[in-house]
Write a protein that binds this ligand. Structure first.
Ligand SMILES: Nc1c(NC[C@H](O)[C@H](O)[C@H](O)CO)[nH]c(=O)[nH]c1=O
Ligand SMILES: CC(=O)[C@@H](O)COP(=O)(O)O
Length: 157
């Protein structure tokens, strides 16, 4: 889907700054390649804060879609499980509650090497770009449904 005249917010967990920057670069490049009018960036300390930041952006009415970016790397304790779980659950809740697509561009990995392989220039994928592509796809679905409703005149009671 084209992103012409569309406005996007990136909410970014900065726990690992270098990884965050690469995720932002990938997401921004994808959105701008598709013609985004605006790409605003909002920083939070870590992945646990991403859902609330996404909620603020979604409820502002200023953005067509949001991309949540960050990196969670497993440590010695089970803290990782809570951070990842609440981040993912919260982000999903925001998009379902508001209808504003929120891409999940949060790395949940065991090692820094795994993380580096999943950002721009890495061997596996560019997770920032993928999350941006995902919200473009969600916006396309919404537009297609709207067009279908207009063309068939069908509107649920
Ligand atoms: N260990 C990681 C964290 N932990 C911090 C939390 O996300 C949160 O900021 C803190 O608990 C205060 O509420 N965050 C990451 O993004 N990545 C990690 O690996
Ligand atoms: C993902 C985390 O919260 C983790 O980095 C914290 O490390 P630890 O479990 O060793 O305290």
């Amino acid at each position: 889907m084209g992103a012409e005249k569309k406005r996007f917010a990136l909410v970014v967990g900065r726990f690992y700054e270098e990884l965050a920057e690469k995720l932002v670069a990938g997401a921004r490049a994808t959105l701008e390649e598709h013609g985004a009018e605006t790409v605003d960036v909002y920083d939070v300390p870590g992945a646990f804060e991403l859902p609330l930041a996404a909620k603020y952006a979604a409820e502002s009415g200023r953005y067509d879609a949001i991309v949540a970016l960050g990196a969670v790397i497993r440590g010695e304790t089970d803290h990782y499980d809570y951070v990842c779980g609440e981040c993912a659950r919260g982000i999903q809740q925001v998009q379902l509650a508001t209808g504003v697509p929120v891409g999940f561009g949060v790395l949940t990995v065991d090692t820094m090497e795994q993380a580096q392989a999943r950002v721009g220039g890495g061997a596996k994928r560019d997770s920032g770009a993928h999350a941006a592509e995902a919200v473009l796809a969600s916006l396309q679905v919404r537009e297609s449904v709207r067009q279908q409703r207009r063309s068939t005149g069908f509107a649920p009671a």
